[in-house]
Design a protein around this ligand. Structure first.
Ligand code: ADP
Ligand code: MG
Length: 315
């Protein structure tokens, strides 16, 4: 946004930001050994099995992983809709396990914003785009004039100002999702969560929606965590976290202009490491492996590899 007016909302935002500063060493989002077990009759599903994640304020992070790996479960917990079974989760100074009903409501209203995959779930069908964006501000008791002005600014900033007087059925899927990003950003949240927001869209409108998320990140300063299957999205963000079986498996970090990036395995707090499948297969690693301490790295050897040979590639 380009305006320099100080609105009531700016004051609200500044206050919210000052009130809930995370400890310096733990990032804006912290998940520590997060566990979520679903129990249905006699079946037990471990959706999250000790997941660790730290996201710094201002990051734009993609979350990827096979279907059923726990991505939506994680986002439901982080957005305050679901509770973990065990572990620790903090977002912007809020302890997601212990916060009470009032704090949770305020958290969902002001600290986080959410964009769902299903376009129909993000917007109220009988309200215009502008009214949809103004609604969360009404709940946050922002004065009417400020609401209207801010909603218009947000729609403009996200490239859908021309949709302000349209209802959802008069917009394309991509336009609806960009309006949904505006709705989620309405109360100036610290974090925006999006669960496969481009999943129902074609490539071109998917790119527009992702551009809207990037703007929220770069221009509004919102930290963004987006679940995606779309390589076009995951290759454009600074960091991609891959979840496997309810745990953080690898992270890929990218510098500007380097879509491939470099993939890292993630060591959890107690030193556990999930080796990528291709390494496991390539080196025939199974069960016991031999670790060798070299002067600048640790070697991982299949059991049966003679110790002391250094002419073999290490994992
Ligand atoms: P993803 O979003 O990565 O596809 P989910 O978080 O939706 O994965 O699901 C993780 C696992 O938890 C899956 O095995 C799924 O079947 C299970 N699961 C998700 N929600 C529920 C629920 N409400 N009740 C029971 N099992 C669930
Ligand atoms: Mg999902």
């Amino acid at each position: 946004m380009t305006g320099t007016d100080v609105t009531g909302l700016d004051v609200l935002e500044a206050r919210a930001r000052a009130a809930a500063r995370p400890a310096a060493d733990e990032g804006l989002i912290l998940c520590d050994n997060l566990v979520r077990v679903y129990r249905t009759q006699d079946v037990e599903v471990q959706a999250l099995q000790g997941l660790d994640l730290v996201v710094e304020e201002g990051e734009c992070t993609a979350l990827v992983g096979a279907s059923g790996s726990g991505k939506s479960t994680l986002l439901s917990i982080l957005s305050g809709l679901d509770l973990p079974t065990a572990g620790r989760a903090r977002v912007a100074g809020h302890d997601l396990l212990s916060m009470g009903r009032r704090e949770r409501l305020g958290y969902r209203r002001r600290t986080v914003g959410f964009v769902w995959q299903q376009t129909g779930r993000n917007l109220l069908p009988y309200l215009t785009a502008l009214e949809n964006v103004a609604l969360p501000m009404k709940y946050a008791r922002v004065p009417r004039r400020t609401r209207t002005a801010r909603a218009g600014e947000l729609l403009d900033a996200l490239g859908v100002g021309y949709c302000r007087d349209r209802r959802p059925q008069q917009m394309s899927g991509g336009e609806q999702q960009r309006v949904a990003v505006a709705v989620a950003s309405a109360n100036g949240p610290r974090v925006l969560f999006a669960d496969e927001p481009t999943g129902e869209l074609d490539t071109a409108s998917g790119a527009d929606v992702f551009a809207a998320l990037r703007r929220a990140n770069e221009e509004l300063g919102t930290t963004v965590l987006v679940v995606t299957h779309d390589p076009l999205v995951s290759e454009q963000v600074g960091r991609t976290v891959r979840i496997r079986d309810g745990r953080t498996a690898t992270e890929t970090l990218r510098a500007e202009g380097d879509p491939g990036g470099e993939e890292f395995a993630v060591l959890d707090r107690v030193g556990r490491l999930q080796l990528p499948r291709e390494h496991i297969e390539r080196y025939g690693l199974r069960g016991r492996v031999r670790l060798t301490a070299e002067h600048d790295h640790v070697g991982v050897w299949a059991d049966g590899t003679p110790a002391g040979t250094d002419d073999r590639p290490a994992g």
